[in-house]
Design a binder for this molecule. Sequence first.
Ligand code: GDP
Length: 298
Amino acid sequence: MFDSLQDRLQSAFKNLRGKGRLTEADIDATAREIRLALLEADVSVSVVRDFVATVKERSAGVEVSRALNPGQQVVKIVNEELIGILGGETRRIRFAKNGPTVIMLAGLQGAGKTTLAGKLGLWLKEQGKSPMLVAADLQRPNAVTQLQVVGQQAGVTVFAPEPGNGTGDPVQVARRAMEEARRTLHDVVVVDTAGRLGIDAELMRQAADIRAAVDPDEVLFVIDAMIGQDAVQTAQAFADGVDFTGVVLTKLDGDARGGAALSVRQVTGRPIMFASTGEKLTDFDVFHPDRMASRILD
Ligand code: GDP
């Protein structure tokens, strides 16, 4: 991930190396290369436009400094602006003051929601919480079993519908899960929901109904970083249809060009909160914009 972007940015900065002063032509040439590097990485066009304009404007104002030469200052500006488009500060889960904190997962099928439920379960347990995972994805055959398997691996409770007891209705399942969590004193409830291969009205309605039933503290939109620009369009559709409070990027271990990671925050206005980097339950962490920016630039 980001390998090609990293190389392209390095070569954009190369022209500035050792310069005592930056001319307008230097800045223009570098800005052009940064623009191409970002477009090639599949970053959303509007994000690229704003990013390059800001970098150009700030670079033109670079003063001669003793600590950093002009080239280094431009790298620093790009670093700061990358952190900015990735969300600035790390955004952490807002836990409810009273009653269980409800975290609902939404996204397309295959994005990695069920896996994420297990990862979150383990992570929450390590934070001293007592999580319960809820199988409200009743669309995909095996989704319930898959959640039970990851729940077992993580060592956390899974609430799954029993056959014949509202089995087909995810809203009912979610409601009963909430009652059960209160009764059994679980303090975080993670609700896995159904995804489709594409966005459809039925999926949105179901997610919105579950949302209304469980009144979540956080709705996490799970997005596969491998699908680039398309992922961003999907994110926008979910933002309109269900609304969400944060994004989880999955499959950051793949060789995606990084466009989704760099666009999703600006396009949806929602922070990236977690990142998944593999199939194992431990391949998961809170998302840190500054670390991601360093990874792109180092
Ligand atoms: P869901 O349909 O959204 O519930 O998606 P799943 O959780 O079933 O994940 C779909 C596939 O992606 C599974 O084979 C997972 O093992 C895999 N997967 C999930 N997260 C990651 C990740 O961060 N990296 C990689 N390489 N694979 C992942």
